[in-house]
Write a protein that binds this ligand. Structure first.
Ligand SMILES: C[S@@+](CC[C@H](N)C(=O)[O-])C[C@H]1O[C@@H](n2cnc3c(N)ncnc32)[C@H](O)[C@@H]1O
Length: 267
């Protein structure tokens, strides 16, 4: 698609999906959308834009494609292990009722992985666990605690699988005692206001297609939403360049601690 077509499809996506492509890396997004239109629309960009308001299935396929909601329980085993052995015990020691946020929570796998750890480390502890995503279908599965396919559960240690999941005909479900620990809601990380006072914010595998400016604003908002000494947990392949600029200090792979207030607190 050429630049004019990209402007056209960006407008249609803003109107019918309420997703602002201005926050995403333009070259990469243009190439991805070209492939999507070729595969799914089999028509010109102009015709594709005309189809969008009337074709629910196409709109939902495009939303899923743009937001990419691939996820797993205990994704990146080594880093989740660091969470279990170091980060969560420390948070529990220092905070009487910890506040944790999975930002871009997809189907809730990340939030529930933490709830399972909390149950192992300090059963019965009072804590707040929030999961938010832009995709309503994912939020619905999160609230329902499933169903999850085998592929998303494969990293769960055998004992956790036994204790916290049940297998039904439609897939795996998280047991109600874990489901009751988390609350899920819709939130657009690129435009909505954030709650404050989090001990831990997890934002993993969400920002890969965001522009550098969007990532910078997001990091500032996250830091403003963390308590002093709060922890930001990012994806296995993600690095925050110049964490000091945001008032962060890297202390392990994918883990950053708030050591200062960010220069501009935008949350
Ligand atoms: C690849 S999944 C990552 C899920 C989980 N954090 C993990 O690492 O397994 C990315 C999620 O980010 C969500 N997302 C993308 N853009 C978003 C935005 N602007 N605001 C909120 N969520 C967004 C998608 O809907 C998707 O569920």
């Amino acid at each position: 698609m050429n630049d004019e077509e990209y402007v056209l499809i960006s407008k249609a996506i803003k109107t019918y999906l309420d997703i602002d492509l201005g926050f995403y890396k333009p070259g990469q997004m243009q190439r991805r959308l070209t492939a999507f239109v070729e595969r799914n629309g089999k028509c010109s960009v102009e015709e594709f834009c005309e189809k969008l308001p009337n074709d629910d299935e196409l709109r939902e396929a495009l939303r899923t494609f743009l937001t990419i909601n691939v996820t797993e329980f205990f994704r990146d085993a080594a880093q989740f292990d660091a969470l279990r052995t170091t980060v969560l015990p420390e948070i529990i020691r220092n905070s009487p009722s910890p506040k944790i946020w999975s930002a871009g929570s997809s189907r809730g796998n990340e939030a529930y992985s933490v709830a399972m750890y909390m149950d192992q480390i300090k059963p019965g502890l009072d804590y707040t666990l929030l999961g938010t995503d832009i995709d309503e279908g994912s939020i619905e599965i999160s609230r329902n605690g499933g169903p999850y396919p085998d592929a998303e559960v494969k990293n769960a240690p055998a004992l956790s699988r036994q204790k916290y999941f049940e297998k039904r005909d439609t897939g795996w479900y998280v047991k109600p005692e874990i489901v009751s620990k988390a609350k899920f809601g819709k939130l657009n990380l690129l435009s909505d206001r954030f709650e404050r006072n989090f001990d831990l914010i997890m934002c993993r595998n969400v920002v890969i297609y965001f522009s550098d400016e969007a990532k910078q604003t997001l990091n500032e908002k996250f830091v403003a939403s963390l308590k002093p000494d709060g922890v930001l947990f990012v994806g296995g392949t993600e690095t925050i360049l110049n964490p000091k600029m945001f008032g962060l200090e890297r202390f392990a792979t994918s883990l950053y601690r708030k050591v200062d207030e960010p220069m501009s607190a935008a949350a």
